[in-house]
Write a new protein. Structure first.
Length: 207
């Protein structure tokens, strides 16, 4: 998993509440187990008309936000059904940080497991960041995970909380597999001991 340390990029405003996972990535795209290629279907029903044409009024179709890396969203982002494809789609589009006042628990957890930083802020701070994000190409903010700060284009600073363990994982690019591989020596030692004591498990006859 790619490390998340500090991100400076364009923030796109999405002032909608209760954006569910089906809105983030529609159910017809859940057949794949690949984490790539889903970015083009991100917010599909909001981004495109039924015949596949872009809706020019949707934020990610606007020239200033086509390469947004940060999403400033309304309350209860990522609600609805559980699907890891939702953070996959955001990540494939290029969004690695989502800021809101609240998130659905499973979506929140899935973001950390896939290298996306979901940040919870107060309503007052969200209003400030939403205003920053509405500046178009000038909506450049910096998210510093180590310092736990969001710095706006006008020099303002918003502090945020993050679970220490999840912070450690993001800073070091550790997903569940990466965490397991940190125990490689212990795993190898256990397997060597097991092979010696129970060789039949490995296709070898007992001594």
């Amino acid at each position: 998993m790619r490390k998340f340390t500090q991100l400076t990029g364009v923030a796109a405003p999405l002032p909608m509440i209760n954006v569910d996972t089906d809105m983030i990535i529609p159910k017809q795209h859940l057949k794949t187990i690949k984490r790539t290629g889903l970015g083009k279907a991100l917010f599909e029903e909001l981004r495109y008309t039924p015949d596949g044409k872009e809706r020019p009024d949707f934020v990610l179709n606007k020239p200033a936000y086509r390469k947004a890396q940060i999403l400033v969203a309304g309350d209860n982002f990522g609600c609805g059904s559980s699907r890891e494809h939702a953070p996959w789609a955001l990540l494939d589009f290029g969004i690695t940080c989502v800021i809101s006042t609240s998130f659905a628990d499973i979506f929140f957890s899935n973001c950390f497991k896939n290298g996306i930083l979901p940040i919870k802020v107060s309503k007052a701070d969200l209003d400030k960041l939403m205003d920053d994000a509405q500046r178009g190409a000038n909506a450049v903010i910096t998210v510093d995970l180590e310092k736990q700060e969001i710095r706006g284009p006008d020099g303002g600073c918003v502090k945020f909380d993050v679970d220490p363990f999840r912070k450690h994982c993001l800073l070091n690019g550790l997903d569940d597999v990466g965490l397991t591989m940190q125990k490689q020596d212990a795993i190898d030692g256990y397997e060597a001991k097991q092979k010696a004591g129970q060789p039949w498990l490995y296709g070898k006859p007992a001594a």
